[in-house]
Design a protein around this ligand. Structure first.
Ligand SMILES: [Zn+2]
Length: 164
């Protein structure tokens, strides 16, 4: 394929990634109807409601935004057809990885003395992710979202989909 077409596909992919990340990050924690509509448009099956609740409760922690795993699914879904036509599809795959990492930082709850106190009162500080965070980075934590490994031998992070 001509170089110009390749550049256009890369550009199209970047724009789609930006649009999806933008929508995900303006949603309240766990997503909303707009996010569900986006997933449906991309043919991505959302997590079941109880799994969504569990990700919010036990995952790496997010103050806002659609769930990390659903974001990754949506981004993979949107770039996959473009990558098929690209000589260097890895470039878009790489941008997806980077977008998810940036998103983890963008939706992370701001840690203030008041929020630590509030979390302790609410019992949230005893969630696995919070405990591991307090104990410092463990080798067994996800490099992308910081969540501890949910099961031995898992190949992808349960919460954000990063490969181990
Ligand atoms: Zn992760």
């Amino acid at each position: 394929m001509a170089h110009a077409d390749q550049a256009a596909l890369l550009d199209q992919g970047r724009q789609a990634i930006a649009a999806i990340v933008n929508l995900a990050s303006i949603c309240p924690a766990g997503g909303d109807a707009r996010w569900d509509a986006m997933l449906a448009k991309l043919n991505v099956t959302p997590l079941p409601p109880d799994e969504r609740a569990r990700h919010l409760r036990e995952g790496p922690g997010q103050a806002k935004g659609a769930l990390l795993l659903e974001l990754r699914w949506a981004l993979n879904g949107v770039v996959a057809p473009l990558c098929e036509h690209m000589d260097e599809g890895w470039r878009l795959t790489h941008e997806v990885e980077q977008a998810v990492r940036d998103y983890v930082g963008a939706v992370k709850p701001r840690v203030t003395t008041a929020s630590i106190f509030a979390n302790a009162l609410a019992g949230a500080a005893s969630s696995p992710a919070a405990m591991v965070g307090a104990a410092g980075a463990s080798a067994d934590c996800c490099r992308c979202c910081g969540a501890p490994r949910a099961e031995r031998g898992e190949t992808h992070c349960h919460y954000c989909g990063e490969s181990r």
